[in-house]
Structures are given as structure tokens and as C-alpha cells.
Design a protein around this ligand. Structure first.
Ligand SMILES: *[C@@H]1O[C@H](CO)[C@@H](O)[C@H](O)[C@H]1NC(C)=O
Ligand SMILES: *[C@@H]1O[C@H](CO)[C@@H](O)[C@H](O)[C@H]1NC(C)=O
Ligand SMILES: *[C@@H]1O[C@H](CO)[C@@H](O)[C@H](O)[C@H]1NC(C)=O
Ligand SMILES: *[C@@H]1O[C@H](CO)[C@@H](O)[C@H](O)[C@H]1NC(C)=O
Ligand SMILES: *[C@@H]1O[C@H](CO)[C@@H](O)[C@H](O)[C@H]1NC(C)=O
Length: 865
């Protein structure tokens, strides 16, 4: 049954061998997996394209149409929020330059002000300009844009349209400094939900796009005419223009005054500004909208909306103009949740349109396309081919036609990047070939990773796309055939294997409405629902007994639960709610647990727990790590660093305090010798990073190098149980799973070759950042059931173990769970049969007409059927 249809090392020290671990590369889940909210083609350099994401940074397209992530190195522990790219611009006159506005949230969830990052080498290296306010790369309205634009006549001039009432900003030194444009007074006064106390939906959406008119000539060396679109609802002052290179501004006369302008693009040969409008700022919403054409020369506005009446039940987002063929354009319904997304194409400047599909005899439709996802089979197999699925996607804000090739186009969705190479067939045979073009994109929030010795090489629980299994190391570059199925739920929070029977795997999901425990007897290839779980409990952490007979579940909903032989899960009263749990990997009767700073163990398969040895003065236990092959040996990650027991947790000794405040830790097969490598995210000599030890935690080496993993308290790590010296890292932001391998030497001393000892400044800075995020987790969690947006990468962060385990909400792009359908402020009114009655961000009526029931079709769409 389905509930969703539809991430250098150290230079060699004399006398010490060092390791590789310098080359982190993605496990190739591929296909995107999250929201691609902006695409920018360089207007003058063929083949140069960038795509931005809301939680996974920036990508640049390669000559083979695959993509390379270009912001990984800047998405650090302290600056995790740079994974959110709210705006993107290229310099039309200098193809080496690219600019992005970075930051995740404008509310308290994000501790940092935003930055404008600039690169002069196509993203290889970056410089930053601090803004004095926050940037919302994972906020509502993030698909509008582009909010950043470089003057095509003057590379020094860059505008940035800010959120939160901060207005219009301008650089005259190629992005080194920005100052506010005081003559521009509009701020964009629309907020999706002014009453949202979290600040997420109540923040002003601000300015949406800045568009230079290249046909307007120059004033003092700067383009004369500039349009700015703002998120102002029901206002004739949404779109502004300057005709004197930004000195003065006026609202464009005659503009529609209805809806919010998502995109505003100029076709220079036509002298026309095209605009798509929606009644929400997106990316999940929209129930009405319009498309308009503004003829600049004679200042006339023409409504070119492709549909009307009852056929107009969505707003418009994506807008692609064919620069080779003036008058040819494609627009997209931003969200047509049912029955399918819709795209419209015109070859006569919007006078007439044709659609990508149409009804024949309901429920049949003619689909004027074929669709396939060879570079990411799981998209086709687990999404597209599913009965009733929306094939064409949702959250379609980014849509571009290659300025050099009328056939090459692409559009971003909440799941992937689609497009193709035969777009003009739309006009001839009216049948095009659509394919996933997200080759190289991995925008997955990774909530858990595991590698089972003698079992599957990698099990990855992810947000939005459930999870993926890579049976052997040779599979890591092969995009999986499917997501975890049976059931599929949008987000999985944890996965574990049985140590003595590693083909046995258990996972837990973070949705509601169906059983959330699923088990596999073939290493996570196929799954079966565990009917011992009920349909209301979800989330948290699972642990499988070594002999695969007992599952312990520290749930997000009902405390610690236990089930043996798939019996009904029952409460474990001796372990408090929110406990961190684990199973001994060899002794089938032993489980471990931890609450705050206290360690517990069970010798009766988790029925009852007894307090174990003390962990110094540790007050917070993040994780319990049983040794993969040695019964009774267990490591514990705490706020003071790592403790180890060799007697089932009866007593502990502390490992080197070179690394403190450890987060996730793991053991992996060593490159040589018999001592398993110990991996730990923690606060060490090189900062808050990933370290590894070949001598059981006596000496440590920074193996992260210049790779960014995002916040370390959200990052996941699993040493390989099968491949010597290999380690997996689940990115703390939306960048999937990385891996690297290398060899360590017991005597290598941490970081002394590359970096100075941490200063107390850094230290206090990082701890305050953590404290902030810790606070935010709970608010993220709280809101995630009612607000679409609350989904956040950051959400897994926390300094306390219990909240790590319980707040692992997912990302971004899409929303966490079907709980989102339970919108809190639903008006009391009735929805007609087949009408929408719920979905992430949906604010309409939720009561179905009699005879029909509100049924969850996907996270974004529930329907009265
Ligand atoms: C920008 O902000 C960061 C962190 O807030 C700070 O470390 C850095 O010095 C600032 N840079 C400038 C040029 O002010
Ligand atoms: C936007 O404006 C229209 C027209 O005034 C109004 O009907 C609609 O409710 C407004 N939407 C929001 C979210 O304020
Ligand atoms: C404005 O110019 C466009 C493009 O030339 C033309 O199609 C339209 O009819 C003109 N409108 C008016 C009101 O003159
Ligand atoms: C478009 O082409 C595909 C692939 O050949 C085909 O399956 C589909 O039926 C065609 N659509 C129509 C409406 O003929
Ligand atoms: C498993 O652990 C229990 C409790 O410590 C112990 O009594 C038992 O002998 C262990 N079993 C094995 C096979 O080591």
C-alpha cells in the first residue's frame, strides 16, 4: 500500500602516513529528489546553465548535460544556511561570473544574516558580502524570481530584491558592496499567513524579481529601463519601472492589479514583458492566476491567460521564452494537483495556446508527450508509473528554453528537473519527449544511514523520497530502481539491521495514516508492513535485535515501544519518552537506551531497562553505537565526547577529549589492521567537523577537509561494514549521501598540519549557533503539522539527544507528512466531489460533500472522492 501516489586531507606529516578521504563524492541516488526552484541560462555562452535549490545549494550544468554541485565547500557547520539559494544571476557580459543570494530562513530558525556570494570562476570559489538581514532560500515564495540581476550593459551594477520589507538593494562594484535603493519604496506587502506566529508564513514576501530591458539603451553607462516585481496582492503597484537607470521609480500604469507576479521576463525582439501570476507566492499553493503580456513601446497590457472559468483552478509559475523564435513561449500551472500538472505553449505571443495533455473521455486523456527517467529509474518506477500519479510534477516555478536551442528546455519541480531536446515537436507532431534531466543532482535530506556488515552496503533513510538501498559497494554509482516501497511514505526517520541476521532490516516512517514500521528480510530490497505497528504512531528511531526477533522503537508519538515476532507494539515503561536506543549487534537479548545523560541496558530483549554505568558528568547522550562485531562493546556519543564500555554498559571510560560535543559517531571496517575505524562528528582541533580515529579514539584526524556537510548535528555517518576504509555521510542539508575512503594511521595527530587550534571565539560562536538551532527544532516540529513550510533541513539539529531523535523533520521542498492535510484554520464550508480538500499549504475548505471522503492523494493534494 502506498500513502503517496503520485555528501584533503592532511598533508603528510613526516613519519606519519596519511590518508585520502580527500575526495567526497555523492552516492548516486540521482534525479534531484527535491525542489529545483530556479534555472538560469547564460544568455551569451551556450551550454552555461545554473540551477538553484532551496536546501541543496547551487549546481552548474556540464557539457554532457549532467550537473556539478558548486557550493558544497561553503555549506559548513556554522553556515549551513548557505544551502538555501534564494536568487541567482549571471553576468551577461562575463560568463565567468555568477551571483547567488544565500540563506534559509528569515525567521528565528536561521541564526545567520544572508549573504550575496559571488564567484569569478563559475562557482569554483566564492567571496561573500554580508547582508544586514536574512535571506529566505527555503521560505514561501522562493520560486519567484529571479531576485538578483546583473545589468547587461554594466557588469558592476547588480540589483537584489529583498524579502521582509527590506526593499531594493544595489551594488555598483560588481557585488562587493550593496546599498539600499532609497528611491524605491515598495517592499512587497504580501504574507501568506499574517497570523503565523512562527514567522514563517507571516514574513513579507518582498520583492520577487528584477528584470533589465536590454532594448532600452543606457543612461550613464547603465541600462535605462528596469522592471521590479513585488509580492503585492490586489495592488496596482506590484510592478515598478525605472526609465533612468534606477534613479526614480513608478508603478507601471495599467497593470492588472490582481494576483502576485511570479516571473517577469522580457523578449527583446518583441519588446514585450511577459508575466505569470498566481494568487499565492508558492511554492505549494495557487488556486487562480493569470498570464499577461506588456508591450513596452505602447505601454499596453494584454491578458493572455491560457484558460478561464472552471478550468482555471491554479496559479501560473514557470515562464519560458524562446529567444530564437520571438512570440513562442511555454507557461506552467504552478500547482495543478489533480489530475496532472499542465503546461501551455503559444507560438503567437499568447494569442492562442495548446496544452501538454487534454481530456478525451473522462477519465482518459491524450498525453502529448512520452516521459522517462533513465538517469534516475526510481522516479519513473516509484512516482510516475504509479496509478493516478502526477507525471509532470508540481511546484513548477523554474522553466527555461535554451536561448541557443529552441528544442532544449527544462523545468524544475518539487521532485526533479524535467525537460528534453525536442520541444518544437510540440508545434509539429504535438508530441514531445520528456525526461529527467537532473543527472548529478542529489537534493536529499538524509535522516539516517547504516551499513550492515555482511548485509547491505548502504541503507539511506531520506526526507520526502522515503529511502534507498544500495546492496553492494559496486552499486553506489547506479541510481536505484526504486525508493523504499511497501509502504512508500514521504519521509523515513530511521533504519537498522539485525547484527547476526543482517538481511533483516527495519525502518520507520514519519507520516501518519498507515503503519510506519516496515521490515525486510532481503537487506532492504523488498519490504513488508509490520502490522504490529498501529496507524497513528510514527517517527523516531528503531533498533532491531541481533537475532531479528524484536524491534525496539523510540517513537515520536508514544514513547518507547517494543514488539517481538511482529506482535503489537507495547510500551516499555522503564525507558522514558524520547530515549536514544540501540541494539547490541551480536547478543540477541541486549538492547541499550539513554535518556539525557543516563545510560540504560536491557538483557531481556528490551522488555525492561536497568540503569548502566555513569558517563562522567555528561548531561546529554546523542547516540549509542554498539560495536558491529563485538558483543557488549558499546560507544556513546555525549556532549563531553565519546565514552566506551566493554561490558554491556555496566561501566564506561572516556576516550580522548580531543573531540568533544560529539554528534553522530560510527564504526567502519579499517583499511588495514583489525581495529575498526571510529568516525565522529564533533568539536575538534579543526572545528566542528568529521574526524576519524584508527586507534579506537586515542588520536583523531580531520577527514572532512574542505568538504561542507552542513550542520554537524544534523549530519549522519556510517562506516562501511563491508568495504575497508570507506565511510558514508548523510548531509545535514539537502545534499544526499556522500562517501569517501582512505587509510589512517594510529599515530596520526589531528589537524596539526593544517589548521590552528580553535579559538575561544569560534567555539562560543558555534555553541551559540547550536543553541539557537536547538530551540528552533521544537518550533519546526510544532509547526510542521500545520504549515507546509516548516519542513526544514535544519530541523534535525539540536544539542540534546532526545530532540535529535524526535525532531528529524525533513526538508524543504516538499512537505513532511500527510499530517499536513490537517490544516488548522480550515473554514467550515463544503468541497464538491472531486474538489481539493487538503494538502500542504492548502487553506481552503476541508469538508467533503456528502457521499465523498477527503482522501490523501499526496502530500500536496487531498481530494473529495
Ligand atoms: C560577515 O559576517 C561574518 C559572520 O557573521 C563575519 O565573521 C565576517 O567577518 C563578516 N564579514 C565582513 C566583511 O564584515
Ligand atoms: C488577494 O487579493 C484578492 C483581490 O483583492 C483577494 O480576493 C484575495 O483574497 C487576496 N489574497 C490574499 C491571500 O490576501
Ligand atoms: C501595442 O503593440 C503591440 C505589439 O506591436 C500590438 O500588438 C498592440 O496591438 C499594440 N497595442 C495598442 C493598444 O496599440
Ligand atoms: C505521444 O507519443 C507517445 C510515445 O510514442 C505515445 O505513447 C502517446 O500516445 C502519444 N500521444 C498521443 C496523444 O498520441
Ligand atoms: C548476552 O548478554 C547477556 C546479558 O549480559 C549474557 O547473560 C549472555 O551470556 C550474553 N549472551 C552471549 C551469547 O554472549
Amino acid at each position: 500500500m502506498r500513502c503517496f501516489q503520485q555528501m584533503p586531507l592532511l598533508a603528510a606529516l613526516a613519519g606519519l602516513a596519511t590518508a585520502a578521504f580527500s575526495s567526497w563524492t555523492n552516492v548516486n541516488i540521482n534525479g534531484g529528489g527535491g525542489f529545483i526552484d530556479g534555472i538560469v541560462f547564460h544568455p551569451k555562452t551556450e551550454g552555461l546553465v545554473y540551477a538553484r535549490t532551496d536546501v541543496g545549494g547551487l549546481y552548474r550544468m556540464n557539457s554532457d548535460y549532467s550537473w556539478t554541485p558548486v557550493t558544497d565547500s561553503i555549506i559548513t557547520d556554522a553556515n549551513w544556511d548557505r544551502a538555501g539559494v534564494d536568487a541567482l544571476a549571471v553576468d551577461p557580459q562575463d560568463d565567468s561570473k555568477v551571483y547567488v543570494a544565500l540563506g534559509e530562513y528569515t525567521n528565528s530558525w536561521d541564526p545567520n544574516d544572508g549573504v550575496i556570494a559571488r564567484s569569478s570562476d563559475q562557482g569554483a570559489t566564492w567571496s561573500f558580502t554580508n547582508l544586514t538581514f536574512k535571506v529566505g532560500g527555503n521560505m514561501p515564495g522562493r520560486g519567484m524570481g529571479e531576485r538578483l540581476a546583473v545589468d547587461p550593459a554594466n557588469s558592476d551594477i547588480i540589483y537584489f530584491g529583498a524579502r521582509s520589507g527590506n526593499g531594493l538593494w544595489k551594488s555598483t562594484d560588481a557585488g562587493v558592496t550593496f546599498s539600499k535603493v532609497t528611491s524605491f519604496t515598495a517592499v512587497g506587502n504580501f504574507a501568506p499567513d499574517p497570523s503565523d506566529s512562527t514567522g514563517y508564513e507571516s514574513d513579507l514576501q518582498g520583492l520577487a524579481w528584477v528584470t533589465f530591458d536590454p532594448t532600452s539603451g543606457t543612461t550613464n553607462g547603465a541600462t535605462s529601463r528596469i522592471f521590479v516585481g513585488s509580492a503585492s496582492n490586489g495592488s496596482v503597484e506590484a510592478i515598478w519601472v525605472s526609465t533612468n537607470a534606477g534613479s526614480t521609480w513608478t508603478a507601471v500604469a495599467g497593470q492588472p492589479g490582481t494576483y502576485l507576479p511570479h516571473k517577469g521576463k522580457i523578449q527583446p525582439d518583441e519588446g514585450a514583458l511577459y508575466i505569470t501570476y498566481s494568487d499565492g507566492t508558492g511554492p505549494y499553493d495557487g488556486t487562480a492566476g493569470a498570464v499577461w503580456r506588456y508591450d513596452i513601446a505602447n505601454t499596453s497590457w494584454t491578458n493572455i491567460t491560457p484558460v478561464s472559468g472552471s478550468n482555471l483552478y491554479f496559479g501560473f509559475g514557470g515562464l519560458g521564452l524562446d529567444m530564437q523564435s520571438p512570440g513562442t513561449l511555454v507557461v506552467a500551472a504552478l500547482n495543478s494537483w489533480w489530475p496532472e500538472a499542465q503546461l501551455f505553449r503559444s507560438t503567437d505571443s499568447g494569442a492562442t495556446w495548446s496544452t501538454l495533455w487534454e481530456w478525451t473521455s473522462y477519465p482518459d486523456m491524450d498525453r502529448y508527450y512520452s516521459i522517462s527517467t533513465p538517469t534516475a529509474p526510481w522516479i519513473y518506477n516509484s512516482f510516475i508509473s504509479v496509478s493516478g500519479a502526477e507525471q509532470l510534477g508540481w511546484m513548477i516555478e523554474a522553466l527555461e528554453i535554451d536561448p541557443f536551442n529552441s528544442d532544449h528546455w527544462m523545468y524544475g519541480t518539487g521532485l526533479t528537473l524535467y525537460g528534453g531536446y525536442d520541444l518544437t515537436n510540440w508545434d509539429t507532431t504535438h508530441n514531445i519527449t520528456i525526461t529527467s534531466l537532473a543527472n548529478g543532482m542529489n537534493e536529499f535530506a538524509t535522516l539516517w544511514v547504516a551499513s550492515a556488515p555482511g548485509g547491505s552496503e548502504l541503507l539511506a533513510a531520506v526526507g520526502d523520497d522515503c529511502g534507498f538501498t544500495f546492496v553492494s559497494a559496486s552499486d553506489l554509482k547506479t541510481s536505484p530502481q526504486e525508493t523504499w516501497e511497501n509502504p512508500f511514505w514521504s519521509t523515513s526517520s530511521s533504519v537498522d539491521y539485525a547484527g547476526n541476521e543482517p538481511a533483516n532490516v527495519v525502518r520507520v516512517g514519519q507520516a501518519t495514516g498507515s503503519q510506519m514500521i516496515s521490515i525486510s528480510t532481503d537487506g532492504g530490497v523488498t519490504w513488508n508492513i509490520d502490522y504490529g505497528s498501529d496507524t497513528t504512531d510514527y517517527g523516531g528511531e528503531v533498533a532491531y535485535s541481533a537475532n531479528a526477533d524484536t524491534i525496539l522503537w523510540s517513537s515520536s508519538t508514544s514513547g518507547v515501544l517494543r514488539s517481538q515476532y511482529q506482535s503489537t507494539f507495547a510500551s516499555v515503561s522503564t525507558l522514558a519518552t524520547g530515549a536514544v536506543i540501540a541494539s547490541d549487534k551480536r547478543n540477541g537479548t541486549v538492547f541499550y537506551g539513554a535518556v539525557s545523560g543516563a545510560f540504560y541496558f536491557s538483557t531481556n530483549t528490551g522488555s525492561t531497562f536497568t540503569k548502566g554505568g555513569a558517563l562522567g558528568s555528561a548531561s546529554s547522550i546523542v547516540q549509542i553505537l554498539p560495536h558491529p562485531t563485538t558483543a557488549g562493546t558499546v560507544y556513546v556519543s555525549t556532549n563531553l565526547g565519546i565514552f566506551k564500555s566493554t561490558n554491556y554498559g555496566s561501566s564506561f571510560s572516556q576516550l580522548s577529549t580531543a573531540i568533544t560535543a560529539t554528534q553522530q559517531i560510527s564504526l567502519g571496517l579499517p583499511a588495514s589492521g583489525s581495529t575498526w575505524y571510529l568516525y565522529a562528528f564533533g568539536d575538534g582541533p579543526d572545528g566542528n567537523k568529521l574526524y576519524a580515529s584508527a586507534d579506537d579514539g586515542t588520536t583523531w584526524t580531520d577527514i572532512q577537509g574542505t568538504q561542507g556537510f552542513g550542520p554537524i548535528d544534523s549530519a549522519r555517518v556510517a562506516g562501511s561494514g563491508n568495504t575497508a576504509g570507506q565511510v558514508y555521510v548523510g548531509s545535514g542539508v539537502g545534499r544526499g549521501v556522500y562517501y569517501a575512503s582512505g587509510s589512517l594511521t594510529g599515530g596520526s595527530t589531528t589537524g596539526t598540519s593544517t589548521t590552528s587550534v580553535k579559538t575561544s571565539t569560534t567555539s562560543s560562536a558555534s555553541s551559540s549557533a547550536k543553541a539557537t538551532t536547538s530551540t528552533t527544532s521544537s518550533s519546526v516540529k510544532t509547526t510542521s503539522t500545520t504549515s507546509s513550510a516548516s519542513s526544514s533541513v535544519k530541523a534535525t539539529t539540536s544539542t540534546t539527544s532526545s530532540s535529535v531523535k524526535t525532531t528529524s523533520t525533513t526538508l524543504t521542498t516538499s512537505k513532511v507528512s500527510s499530517t499536513a492535510t490537517a490544516t488548522s484554520a480550515a473554514p467550515s464550508c463544503t468541497v464538491a466531489v472531486y474538489g481539493q480538500c487538503g494538502g500542504t499549504g492548502f487553506t481552503g475548505c476541508t469538508v467533503c460533500a456528502s457521499g465523498s471522503t477527503c482522501t490523501v492523494e499526496n502530500d500536496y493534494y487531498s481530494q473529495c472522492v
